[in-house]
Design a protein around this ligand. Structure first.
Ligand SMILES: C[S@@+](CC[C@H](N)C(=O)[O-])C[C@H]1O[C@@H](n2cnc3c(N)ncnc32)[C@H](O)[C@@H]1O
Length: 280
C-alpha cells in the first residue's frame, strides 16, 4: 500500500504528499528553496560551521521526511571542505521512512539528492552514514520522536519540521517543547545556546514554546509564508524577539491556547505569557 505520492508544485518543483493526512511535506516554494531560506540561511549554518574552536555542531533534524533539510545542511558542510570547518553531526528523527524511500526512488525529481543518494541510501540501510572525509556523521532515530529525544546528544540547532499542528497537535504542544527544552539543558548548563527554527507562526505554537521555557522570536519571510518562528534558550540568540505588538495580537487571538493547555481561560494564558522573562 503506497503511503506517499510525488506531487508537482505550480513553480515546477516536486514534493511529497502523505496520503493518510493529505499533508504536503514542503511549502509551495519547493523543498530546496524552503530548506535554504528557512533553515540553512536563517540559522547562519555556514558561519557557525566556520567558528573556531567550537567543536562538533550537533543539529537535530526533527521530521526527516524526504531529507531535504538534512541534505541541505550536509551540502553546506561539504562546501566548506578545506576550511577547517567544524564536524557536523545530524540526528534525524522519523517514524515513517517510506517517504524518504519514495523520494530516493524518484531522486531525479528531487535535485537536492545530487551527489548524496548514497548517503541517503546508507542512512536507510545502516541507520547511520559517515562522509568519506569523516566531517559529517548522519544518524537516524527511527520511531516516535518523544521516545528518542531524551537520550540524544544536546542540539545546538533544531530544524523543527513536523506536519502541521492541525494534523499532529501532539507534536506542537507544551509537553513536546518542554521535552525539547530539557534536551538542551546540558548546553545551557555550560552557557551555550540552542536555537530552533520552524515554519509555523501560529499563536498557540508560540505560546506553547514560551510556556515550555524558550524565548521566542519572529522568523523570516520564506516566500510561501510571511512569518515563521525562531525560538532559543538564550534571549541574545534571537534577532527579533516577540514584542508588545505580538502581545496585543495574542489578546485578540481566537486561538491563544496551546493544544495541551488546561490552565484556565484567556486571562490566565495572557497573564502567564506576560510574566515570561522575555517580556519582563
Ligand atoms: C513535514 S515532514 C518533514 C520534511 C523534512 N524535514 C524534509 O526536509 O523533507 C514531517 C515528517 O515527520 C514525520 N513524523 C510525524 N510524526 C512523527 C513522530 N511522532 N516522530 C518522528 N517523526 C514523525 C513524518 O512521517 C514526516 O516524514
Amino acid at each position: 500500500m503506497p503511503t506517499h505520492e510525488v506531487i508537482k508544485n505550480k513553480n515546477g518543483t516536486t514534493s511529497l504528499r502523505e496520503l493518510k493526512s493529505g499533508e504536503v511535506m514542503h511549502s509551495s516554494v519547493g523543498p530546496r528553496e524552503e530548506a535554504t531560506l528557512l533553515y540553512i540561511e536563517q540559522s547562519r549554518l555556514k558561519a557557525r560551521l566556520l567558528e573556531k574552536g567550537a567543536g562538533e555542531l550537533v543539529l537535530w533534524d526533527v521530521g526527516l521526511g524526504a531529507a531535504t533539510n538534512a541534505l541541505a545542511a550536509m551540502q553546506c558542510r561539504l562546501e566548506q571542505a578545506g576550511l577547517e570547518a567544524r564536524p557536523l553531526r545530524i540526528l534525524s528523527f522519523e517514524n515513517d521512512i517510506s517517504g524518504l524511500r519514495l523520494a530516493l526512488e524518484h531522486s531525479r525529481d528531487f535535485p537536492f539528492f545530487e551527489g548524496l543518494t548514497s548517503a541517503a541510501a546508507g542512512l536507510l540501510g545502516a541507520k547511520s552514514w559517515q562522509s568519506p572525509g569523516g566531517e559529517i556523521l548522519w544518524q537516524l532515530f527511527e520511531g516516535d520522536f518523544h521516545a528518542h529525544a531524551p537520550n540524544c546528544a544536546a542540539p545546538e540547532l533544531i530544524f523543527f519540521d513536523f506536519y502541521s499542528p492541525k494534523t499532529v497537535p501532539e507534536l506542537w504542544n507544551i509537553a513536546t517543547f518542554e521535552l525539547l527544552h530539557r534536551a538542551c539543558s546540558s548546553r545551557q548548563a555550560k552557557r551555550l545556546g540552542t536555537t530552533l527554527y520552524t515554519y509555523s507562526a501560529s499563536t498557540r505554537v508560540r505560546v506553547a514554546l514560551l510556556l515550555a521555557g524558550f524565548y521566542v522570536g519572529y522568523g523570516r519571510n520564506t516566500g510561501a509564508k510571511n512569518d515563521t518562528t525562531v525560538a532559543a534558550t538564550r534571549l541574545e540568540d534571537l534577532e527579533k524577539p516577540l514584542d508588545a505588538r505580538w502581545l496585543e495580537r495574542l489578546e485578540r487571538s481566537h486561538e491563544p491556547f496551546p493544544h495541551d493547555w488546561n490552565g484556565g481561560g484567556r486571562t490566565e494564558v495572557n497573564t502567564l505569557v506576560r510574566r515570561h522573562k522575555q517580556f519582563g
